[in-house]
Design a protein around this ligand. Structure first.
Ligand code: SF4
Ligand code: ZN
Length: 311
């Protein structure tokens, strides 16, 4: 097939719009949409020191590639990368190597924090301990809690004003539906392109520049750009509730093109109301680590205590 714009050989069909795209027009259109998300949502501001959370996967390296292009032209914005090593044997090493190579080549400062150094144990060990009591426990539950905290704390330590995360359109649609199914509207109120629930010095605002790009397009972008991307999947991935939600949404997208956009756009229209109604403004400090929480102990301190007692 031929590109609907220039007639060159097409590499991609944007089904939703009925458009064929050649390599040049495909890459241009992805980049243009990322820049638009940044502009429309005011994701980058004068004086920002931007931390970019990377894993070595397609999403995060694509995000870092584009952000470096955008921010690299501005003298008023600094950019650096953070990688969290959860300690997943046979998986994380590849991503880490790619991330290190990429940052070295691009001259981007990279900070690495690991579960082992910070919490005294790898994710693999947390899962082993957790499963002793409850065989149905999911690695992603632990991973999510500790990775979010460590990303935030590392960004904070490095003086970041914002933290960019590589959530693409599919991720955002999945989060929206997963929260909906669980009835977790407080968590829903924390979604969006610029996710900041409360203005709190201990929480670095999160931004999602890839939020309007479908996962498939991010993968193709990374491939066509020749980014050193790790396409392997986490061995715990199929355990996740999110994966079931992903399958349902992908199924719907296949039958009704535009489903993912529609889920996210409809949600965006409701978001201001959700924020008004479900924002938790009474965030206190964890009595152990001082981190932000609305309870006495934060979730990570509760889990760490449990792991240590059962080790
Ligand atoms: Fe962590 Fe689950 Fe993602 Fe694996 S699939 S990296 S365990 S959140
Ligand atoms: Zn704590």
């Amino acid at each position: 097939m031929k590109c609907s714009t220039c007639g060159e050989k097409a590499v991609y069909y944007r089904r939703f719009e009925g458009q064929w795209q050649c390599k040049r027009h495909f890459l241009r259109s992805v980049e243009k949409r990322i820049r638009k998300t940044i502009r429309v949502n005011g994701l980058l501001e004068h004086g920002d020191r931007l931390a970019v959370g990377i894993s070595g996967g397609k999403d995060s390296l694509t995000m870092l590639h584009v952000l470096k292009k955008v921010a690299g032209k501005r003298r008023d914005i600094e950019i650096f990368a953070i990688l969290i090593d959860e300690g997943i044997e046979g998986y994380r090493e590849h991503g880490r190597k790619n991330a290190e190579d990429f940052c070295k080549k691009e001259g981007i400062e990279l900070c690495i924090s690991s579960f082992r150094e910070e919490y005294g144990m790898d994710l693999d060990e947390m899962v082993r301990i957790g499963k002793k009591d409850d065989p149905t426990v999911r690695a992603c539950t632990y991973c999510g809690v500790f990775r979010r905290k460590l990303l935030n704390d590392t960004a904070l330590k490095q003086g970041a004003t914002k933290l960019a995360i590589g959530h693409n359109l599919d991720d955002e649609a999945q989060s929206i539906m997963a929260n909906h199914i669980r009835g977790d509207l407080i968590r829903s109120a924390r979604l969006g392109a610029k996710a900041m629930v409360v203005d709190d010095d201990r929480l670095v605002p999160r931004i999602k520049p890839l939020r309007d790009i479908p996962e498939k397009e991010v993968g193709l972008f990374a491939l066509l750009k020749g980014l050193p991307v790790d396409f392997s999947e986490c061995p715990y991935a199929d355990e996740s509730f999110r994966w079931s939600v992903r399958d349902v949404i992908n199924d719907l997208e296949e039958k009704y093109a535009g489903t993912k956009y529609s889920i996210v756009r409809t949600f965006d229209n409701m978001l201001p109301m959700l924020k008004e109604r479900f924002t938790d403004s009474t965030i206190g400090a964890c009595s152990r680590c001082g981190g932000a929480t609305s309870k006495d102990l934060c979730k990570s301190c509760i889990l760490l205590e449990m792991f240590k007692s059962k080790r």
